[in-house]
Design a protein around this ligand. Sequence first.
Ligand SMILES: Nc1ncnc2c1ncn2[C@@H]1O[C@H](COP(=O)(O)OP(=O)(O)OP(=O)(O)O)[C@@H](O)[C@H]1O
Length: 382
Amino acid sequence: MANIKFVNVKKSYGNHVIINNLNLEIHSGERLVLLGPSGCGKSTILRMIAGLEEVTDGDLYMRNERVNDIPPGKRNVGMVFQNYALYPHMTVKENITYALKVKKVPKHEIEKRLDATAEFLQLKQYYDRKPSELSGGQRQRVALARSTVKNSDYFLLDEPLSNLDAQLRISAREALMDIHHEYKQTMVYVTHDQIEAMTFGTRIALLNKGELQMLDTPENVYHRPANIFTATFIGNPPTNILENVHYTNGLLTIGKQSLQLSDDWKNYVEKSTYHQIVLGIRPEHIHLTKSPQAGSIRAKVKHSENQGSNFAIHLDVEGENIIAIEAFNIFKAGEEVFVNITMDEIHLFDKATENNLGYPENIIRKKKVASGTDEHLLEVLQ
Ligand SMILES: Nc1ncnc2c1ncn2[C@@H]1O[C@H](COP(=O)(O)OP(=O)(O)OP(=O)(O)O)[C@@H](O)[C@H]1O
C-alpha cells in the first residue's frame, strides 16, 4: 500500500508561505502529475514527499504512516531530477549501482537488478562510459535506471524530460510508462507542461500559488474544469473567458447580442446559486461563418495566427476578445464574421468564487460519450 496523503499541510520559508493548506491523497500505484505555473510549489511538494524539505505544519502520511519526522533514506523513494544529477566521475554501471552498494545490497542481487534494468532501458552497451560520453537521452535513461534498480515503492520525477528535444521526450515518456507498467510504483511527476501532464497522468493535480485547483483525470480537467484558472491553464489557446455577460430567462447577453441556452442549461442555471455568470468557451468549440446562422453572433476579425496545423483567429465580440480555431485562414482583419458556439460545450462560472457552476445531467452524459480518447485531447491541445 504505497499511498501518500497530505493533511492540512503547510510549508513556509520564514514568513513566506509557499503551500498554505494542502489536502491531497495520491493512490498506491497511480501516476499523479503535479501541474502548474512556475513557482506554484510543485517541486516543494515533491521534495516534502522525498523528505528533502520539512513539513512546516500539518501531517504527511506514506503507507498510512505519518512520515513528518522520517528521514529521506527511510522512505523507500527513488527520485529523478531535471538535471539527472549523475556522478560525473563514475561510469554508467557505477552510477546505476552506487545507491545499492551504499545500502549493502548483496553483490549477486545488485547484478541481477542491474542486468534487468539495463536490459529494459537499453543501457548495457554504455556500462563503461562516463556521463560526459553520453547523449542527453542516454543520460536521462541512466537517471531512470538508477532510480528503478532501487525497487522503491515511490518514484518521484521533477521535470525529468525538460532537457530533451521533442522526439526524445516521446521515447523517454514511453520508457517511463514501461517502467510503471513493469514495476507499478506510485509515480509523482512534476511538470509545467500540460501536454506532458495529459499524456502521462492517470490523474492531474493542478496547482496555483500553492493551492490545489483541481484533482482529477486528464479528461475531466479538460472537459469539466473546476474553476476559471483550470479552464484557462489547460488548452492552447486557452479557454475564452467572457466576464461581461448577463443571464435572463434562457439568454446570455453580451453587449447588444444574445446567445440562447438550451432548455437543459436554462433549467440548470435557474436552479443554481451564483452572483454573476462568467462564460467560458474553448476556441475549438467555436466555428466561424461568413454569413449568419441560427443562434450565431456577430464579431470582427482582429488578426489571425498561423499555428501550423490550424489558425487561431482573434476576434472582437462586443468589445470582448475571443479566439477561435479554424483549419483555413479565410478570414481577413477587419472583416465581419459570425460566431457559432457549440452550446453543449460551454462552461459557466460564478464571477465571485470563480468556480464552475457544473453541467446539466444530459450534457454530462453527452460529454462522456463525446469526450473520447487521449488522442483527441492531444489533437486539440497541440
Ligand atoms: N529554499 C527556499 N527558500 C525560500 N524560498 C524558496 C525555497 N525553495 C523554493 N522557494 C520558493 O517557493 C516557491 C515554490 O517553489 P517551487 O520550486 O516549489 O515551485 P515550482 O512550482 O516547482 O516552480 P518551477 O516550475 O519554476 O520549478 C517559489 O516562489 C520559490 O521561490
